[in-house]
Ligand binder design. Structure first.
Ligand code: UGA
Length: 445
């Protein structure tokens, strides 16, 4: 099928590459000509496992094209995806200006009947606004071309995006005609083989499904962070509690890992946007507000543990901390809303020095923080430890999981580890002669 995709961010680029991989003819459009230039030279602007090879092979095979030419992309396509960003407004609502600009572009250039697919995470009711924008641009041209706007939210996770796209656990399609559903069924058939993963519904329910999924996952995390904070106070270990509750299939083992707070481009933004939508419609979203408040507090928790260990903020001045992991989670270079940003800011404000390392996010780190005297960007995990007083682990990359604790004790002047993801066994750390602080591990407090 001829598919065009607006937006070459995570969602658009991964969707485009995967649709090309299964034989479609895909054009990816972006207004950022540098990005399109880079992609046309085989450079993928994000770190995403498995993405670069399929972008390269499908480009070479002539199935995947990158362009800034929106008119051409619209004119040729039978299915047009909108996968541009929906950043938060000042009040936390999703800013729809990019989505609506694409809708207008589609209306100005549409030549043949098409299904327009909203893949961006957009507030309930957006499909109606997209439909209206396209209809008004068509009316200005004085032409009538049949089109339908479908909500088909994306559930991919950064770091596993290609895998999630090729092997989705569900494909949600919100449409108002059987014809549009049928066309998307055909498009997704290669990803829907062993059993039917397609869930069809009305457009508004599909739009809400996306927010409900992310808000539910964020709720699980904030819930566990709350339990972790209680565990810390009462002298219990949240890791035992996690295993104790996760074995109940109604609760499940996934997404109940306490930590330094959730980050990324989705959960913080989507929880806020859903809360704004609720308020806008006269409903006070008490639970969502609490989920966000818990997360905000959690992002300061590692710093609070440091303050506790050093008996006050003032003693942090002049100390040097090795920080392992800067991306908001492993297997990505994305630092948007990453808990590390809060920690680094707090350490800077307290007059401490930082030696930071992340396997993939160093360029992003340089872009976000620039060069600073009190912040050294290191080439390796070991380099970050040199001359440090203590180690803080913020992102649980695999390569940080089993360090030589005896060597850590020798190199860290204050012999202390602050484990923001509970990846270490406290007994092992303590046996090696280091102080251990985790999240919700009240046994060592
Ligand atoms: C999230 C959803 O998981 C995807 O299904 C969704 O498609 C995507 O948002 C989106 O809306 O586009 P993503 O932001 O890539 O995906 O990251 P997650 O793997 O969900 O992690 C989010 C944050 O939660 C990370 O900071 C992670 O460290 C944290 N987390 C996750 C925890 O603190 N504890 C857990 O148990 C799980």
């Amino acid at each position: 099928m001829h598919v065009s995709i607006f937006g070459t961010g995570y969602v658009g680029l991964v969707t485009g590459a995967c649709l090309a991989e299964v034989g479609n003819d895909v054009v990816c459009v972006d207004i950022d000509s540098d990005k399109i230039d880079a992609l046309n030279h085989g450079r993928v602007p994000i770190y995403e496992p498995g993405l670069t090879p399929i972008v390269a092979s499908n480009r070479e095979a002539g199935r995947l094209h990158f362009t800034t030419d929106a008119a051409e992309a619209v004119a040729r396509a039978e299915i047009i995806f909108i996968a541009v960003g929906t950043p938060p407004d000042e009040d936390g609502s999703a800013d729809l200006q990019y989505v609506l600009a694409v809708a207008d572009t589609i209306g100005r250039h549409l030549q043949r009947p098409a299904v327009i697919v909203d893949k961006s995470t957009v507030p309930v009711g957006t499909a109606d606004r997209v439909r209206a924008a396209i209809a008004s641009a068509l009316a200005e041209r004085g032409v009538q071309i049949a089109f339908e706007v479908v909500a088909n939210p994306e559930f991919l996770k950064e770091g596993a995006a290609v895998e999630d796209c090729m092997r989705p656990d569900r494909i949600v399609i919100g449409a108002s005609s059987d014809d549009a559903v049928e066309r998307l069924r055909r498009l997704y058939a290669p990803f829907n083989r062993s059993h039917d993963r397609i869930v069809t519904m009305d457009v508004r329910s599909a739009e809400l499904t996306k927010y409900a999924a992310n808000a539910m996952l964020a709720t699980k995390i904030s819930f566990m962070n709350e339990i972790a904070n209680i565990a810390e106070k009462v002298g219990a270990d949240v890791e035992s509690v996690r295993q104790g509750i996760g074995s109940d299939p109604r609760i499940g083992r996934h997404f109940i890992y306490p930590g330094a707070g959730y980050g990324g481009s989705c959960f913080p933004k989507d929880v806020q946007a859903l809360a704004r939508t609720a308020l806008h419609h006269g409903h006070t979203p008490v639970l969502l507000q609490a989920v966000e408040a818990v997360n905000e507090r959690q992002k300061s928790h590692l710093f609070d543990l440091l303050v506790q260990h050093y008996c006050g903020i003032d003693t942090l001045r002049g100390k040097t901390f090795a920080v392992w992991g800067l991306a908001f989670k492993p297997d990505t270079d994305d630092m948007r809303e990453a808990p590390s940003r809060r920690l680094l800011q707090q350490l800077q404000d307290a007059g401490a020095r930082v030696r930071a390392y992340d396997p993939e996010a160093m360029d992003e780190m340089r872009r976000v923080f620039g060069e600073r005297d009190d912040l050294l960007l290191c080439d390796s995990a070991e380099h970050a430890l040199q001359g440090a007083d203590a180690l803080v682990l913020v992102t649980e990359w695999k390569q940080f999981r089993s360090p030589d604790f005896a060597a850590l004790r020798d190199v860290l002047a204050d012999a202390a580890i602050f484990d923001g993801r509970n990846v270490y066994a406290p007994e092992m750390v303590e046996e090696a002669g280091l102080a251990y602080y985790g999240i919700g591990r009240g046994r060592s407090v």
